[in-house]
Design a protein around this ligand. Structure first.
Ligand SMILES: [Zn+2]
Length: 159
C-alpha cells in the first residue's frame, strides 16, 4: 500500500486565495479573500464540516462572506450550503436542477454511514439562487473571478 503525504489545513495557494484541505483524501473546499468580502468555494457535506470551514475563514479574515460557489451538485460539496446564507449561492443551472431532482437520493446514499445520520438529519435543501450556463464573472475587490462550464465531466454541473 502506498502512503501519500500532503499538507492539510488552510493553505494560501496564491495571494488571498486559500485551499481548505482535509485529511484522508476527504473533499476539499476553498475561499478567496478581499476587503469587500469573501467568496467561498463549496460548502462541504455536514454541519460540522461547514462549521470548520466557516471558522477557518474567520481565522483568516473579518470580511463578510459575499458569495458561495458550488462547483457541482454532489452532497459532499453542497450539503453545507445553508450555513453560508444569506450569501448568494452561485452555480451552473444543472447544479440547481440536479440538486432538486436528486437531493433525497443523494442524502440516502450517505445514510449507510450511520455515524453521519445525526448530521444528515440537519441538512436542508439549500439551492443555488444565481445560476449560469457557460461563463460568469464575479468582481470581488480588485479581482475578477471567472467561472466556466466546459461540459460534462465528473457530473453534469462541473464548473
Ligand atoms: Zn463529486
Amino acid at each position: 500500500m502506498t502512503t501519500v503525504s500532503y499538507k492539510t489545513g488552510v493553505i494560501e495557494v496564491a495571494p488571498n486565495v486559500y485551499a481548505f484541505i482535509q485529511e484522508n483524501c476527504a473533499t476539499n473546499a476553498g475561499f478567496i479573500v478581499s476587503e469587500e468580502g469573501v467568496l467561498v468555494i463549496d460548502s462541504l457535506m455536514t454541519p460540522t464540516l461547514a462549521g470548520k470551514l466557516y471558522s477557518a475563514i474567520k481565522n483568516v479574515t473579518t470580511s463578510p462572506i459575499r458569495y458561495l460557489v458550488n462547483t457541482h451538485s454532489h452532497g459532499d460539496h453542497v450539503f453545507g450550503n445553508q450555513y453560508f446564507l444569506p450569501a448568494p449561492i452561485v452555480a451552473h443551472g444543472n447544479c440547481r436542477t440536479e440538486l432538486i431532482e436528486k437531493f433525497d437520493a443523494n442524502v440516502q446514499r450517505y445514510r449507510g454511514r450511520t455515524e453521519l445520520i445525526p448530521e444528515l438529519d440537519q441538512i436542508r435543501m439549500t439551492l443555488p439562487d444565481v445560476t449560469f450556463e457557460d461563463r460568469m464573472t464575479i468582481r470581488l475587490g480588485d479581482r475578477e473571478i471567472e467561472l466556466s462550464f466546459l461540459g460534462r465531466a465528473h457530473s453534469n454541473s462541473d464548473i
